[in-house]
Ligand binder design. Structure first.
Ligand SMILES: Nc1nc2c(ncn2[C@@H]2O[C@H](COP(=O)(O)OP(=O)(O)OP(=O)(O)O)[C@@H](O)[C@H]2O)c(=O)[nH]1
Ligand SMILES: [Mg+2]
Ligand SMILES: [Zn+2]
Length: 278
């Protein structure tokens, strides 16, 4: 039901019943009409909207939707991983990687707080990062601002990572005009305090990026097979094509772990994740 004065825009923020719709660099503050009232629109939705009445009339098909943070049509997920406070966790990283793979979103790993690491921590972190690069992931340090900007070009991006990992700090470095609020990390809890509360897509150059509230936990609502597929280096090399890589008899993955070809922590993340599937 396309009307003549309907334009296509993108929802960049939602505040109660008020939707900010961007068309190019112009913002329109819209409400929602009729049948869409019962449909949960998200930040990142592409919509048909009427400029005369400032109403959203329809929503275009989504490419993907992330639940936490609730945001749609994402091209890249910047997974911000702290190496020191909050403590370095490959488990959480692996979880975000599975989430990206499942949703067809290109993951990019961004490491923070290397300056706070001692020698032992640095060694552990570097070894792990080398592995993630080897299996094909992009890995940047948060001080690689120029490279990160290049990675951002033309894309719609969501930032993900634990509270206190340094997501807002990173965005402030990328665009000095943003002045996003950043928070202290509690020494006692070893994590942040959920400084960022709303999801909002922000223009940075020709990209749109969503700073998001950090999570201290993340639920994956996936099937076991989806989780296995999310570990991209496990491949399809098993003797049995239905292998869940749990019993050792002839399993390629278990053999590769034993031989050091697959990093042990990856396999441990995998086992932990499939255990969470009901
Ligand atoms: N030393 C050091 N501190 C950092 C680095 N990155 C971020 N921080 C600090 O870590 C704290 C938390 O950073 P934020 O940017 O607020 O973290 P966040 O991921 O946005 O957290 P939430 O909004 O709660 O999800 C702040 O005090 C930052 O100054 C870094 O690379 N090195
Ligand atoms: Mg923040
Ligand atoms: Zn197997």
């Amino acid at each position: 039901m396309k009307k003549e004065n309907n334009n296509i825009g993108k929802i960049t923020s939602i505040n109660k019943d008020l939707y900010t719709v961007m068309e190019g660099n112009s913002a329109f503050f819209c409400s929602v009409r009729g049948k869409l009232k019962n449909f949960k629109l998200t930040v990142g939705d592409n919509v048909l909207f009427n400029k005369d009445t400032n109403t959203i009339e329809d929503v275009l098909e989504r490419k993907n939707t992330l639940i936490r943070p609730l945001v749609s049509n994402i091209d890249k997920l910047f997974i911000v991983v702290s190496t020191h406070l909050p403590k370095f966790s490959t488990y959480l990283l692996d979880k975000f990687l599975v989430l990206s793979e499942f949703n067809n979103i290109k993951p990019v790993i961004i490491i923070t707080k290397l300056d706070l690491c001692d020698k032992k921590e640095l060694k552990e972190v570097k070894k792990a990062l080398k592995y993630y690069k080897k299996i094909g992931y992009k890995v940047y340090k948060n001080k690689d601002v120029r490279k990160i900007k290049k990675e951002m070009e033309g894309a719609v991006i969501a930032l993900a990572g634990q509270t206190g990992a340094g997501k807002s700090t990173l965005l402030n470095k990328i665009d000095k005009n943003l002045n996003l609020k950043t928070g202290e990390v509690s020494e006692a809890l070893g994590r942040g305090k959920h400084t960022t509360r709303l999801v909002e897509l922000i223009h940075v150059g020709n990209s749109l990026i969503a700073d998001t509230p950090g999570f201290s936990s993340l639920e994956l609502d996936l099937e076991k097979q989806d989780i296995a597929n999310g570990f991209i280096e496990f491949g399809f090399n098993c003797k049995y094509n239905t292998c869940n890589h749990v019993k050792s008899d002839g399993c390629y993955v278990i053999k590769a772990v034993d031989e050091g070809k697959i990093m042990k922590s990856r396999y441990e993340s995998y086992l932990k994740l499939i255990k969470e599937v009901r």
